[in-house]
Design a protein around this ligand. Structure first.
Ligand SMILES: NC(=O)c1ccc[n+]([C@@H]2O[C@H](COP(=O)([O-])OP(=O)(O)OC[C@H]3O[C@@H](n4cnc5c(N)ncnc54)[C@H](OP(=O)(O)O)[C@@H]3O)[C@@H](O)[C@H]2O)c1
Length: 321
């Protein structure tokens, strides 16, 4: 089968299109013929190993799993003898952060992992883009224990995580202020934001507004800058480590002292989470934003675009044209 493989950590051009053996299902696994995947910041982070810590998951000296692509959608082509909840021909989507593989024509995943059927009427491209931004946003919103009526600010509301966060926060009943650039003000309003701050015209940290939760989905602010905007027991979460990894330190010290807190939840995803996201899609409460589409031959270009930090929502990798 065709797949994008990388045998060493590094810049986008370590990713190459090659012919490799098709995976074979084990007892409790399904074999998915992949139609669409995404190229996202998780794939880029694993590939570059920019943060050394990621190697504890992907291999200390070289990649343990050579085909990246944590998000996928496609059709089940084979099932292991122990599989009970799926059948051949089912259209499925999911997130495989254990063995990855979305950037190849076929992948295997355990039936109990983060995989479920695609809602009716949803394209493979849209289904592939449901879970990366969706589950990072979900983990952080749950950690902040957001309650209906609370005021929440999302910085970077146009990223994969930010665009999902705005929609999920509305589902949880929050009053959302979203920060984005001028060209995306309408998009972010359509995602459900109650108030939009255009960061090209106004610095949200200088507005004097108060929030129960500030979610910096692009990690461009600091706890210090945002503290004055937090209510007495307000929560700050960033998707980045912060200057010199300060967010890890603040997360530890915040546990000791009361009042305003920085949390740094570790992301995780289960089957229950992808089913939760799917049900929101079915109810019309969540729709992944798609920016560009690339094919397998354009993988280097796709990575370079994703790494500009300027994509709007998700970048789809088309495995089947
Ligand atoms: N290391 C990992 O494994 C990993 C995994 C997932 C996510 N993350 C981190 O999570 C963050 C978000 O990822 P993502 O995929 O959701 O983001 P993304 O898609 O890369 O989003 C970037 C978006 O943020 C906007 N933006 C850039 N600078 C901004 C600023 N100063 N204020 C407000 N908006 C700004 C950009 O809009 P413009 O057009 O205005 O620039 C763009 O739409 C990234 O920092 C990423 O590194 C890390």
């Amino acid at each position: 089968m065709k797949a994008i493989i990388y045998t060493k950590y590094g810049p986008p051009d370590v990713a190459e299109l090659k012919e490799v053996a098709r995976p074979i299902v084990k007892e409790n696994e399904i074999l998915v013929k992949v139609y669409s995947s995404t190229v996202n910041r998780t794939d880029a982070g694993f590939r570059s190993a920019e943060y050394f810590i990621s190697r504890f998951w992907t291999g200390l000296f070289r990649p343990k799993y050579q085909i990246l692509g944590c998000e996928f959608s496609g059709i089940i082509e084979d099932i292991g003898p122990g599989v009970k909840t799926f059948k051949k021909g089912d259209s499925v989507f999911g997130f495989n952060d254990k063995t990855l593989g979305g950037h190849g024509e076929y992948l295997t995943i355990a039936e109990t992992d983060a995989v479920t059927t695609i809602p009716d009427g949803l394209s493979f491209d849209e289904a592939a883009a449901i879970s990366e931004g969706g589950h990072y946003a979900l983990v952080d919103i749950r950690a902040a224990k957001v309650q209906p009526g609370q005021h929440v600010l999302v910085n970077g509301a146009t990223g994969a995580i930010g665009s999902a966060a705005v929609q999920l926060l509305k589902h949880f009943g929050a009053i959302v202020t979203a920060v984005c650039n001028t060209k995306n003000v309408d998009l972010v309003r359509n995602l459900g934001a109650d108030t939009v701050i255009d960061y090209q015209k106004e610095d949200f940290t200088k507005t004097g507004l108060k929030f129960d939760f500030i979610f910096d989905a692009v990690g461009k602010s600091s706890f210090g800058q945002c503290k004055p905007l937090l209510t007495d027991n307000g929560i700050y979460i960033s998707t980045e480590l912060g200057k010199n990894g300060e967010n890890i330190l603040f997360a530890l010290t915040s546990r000791i002292f009361g009042g305003k807190k920085l949390l740094f939840p570790l992301p995780s995803i289960t089957k229950t989470d992808v089913i939760f996201l799917k049900e929101l899609v079915q109810k019309g409460e969540y729709k992944p934003v798609i920016d560009r589409r690339y094919n397998l031959n354009q993988i280097v270009e796709a990575y370079k675009y994703v790494e500009t930090g300027q994509k709007t929502g998700n970048v789809v990798l088309k495995i089947v044209e």
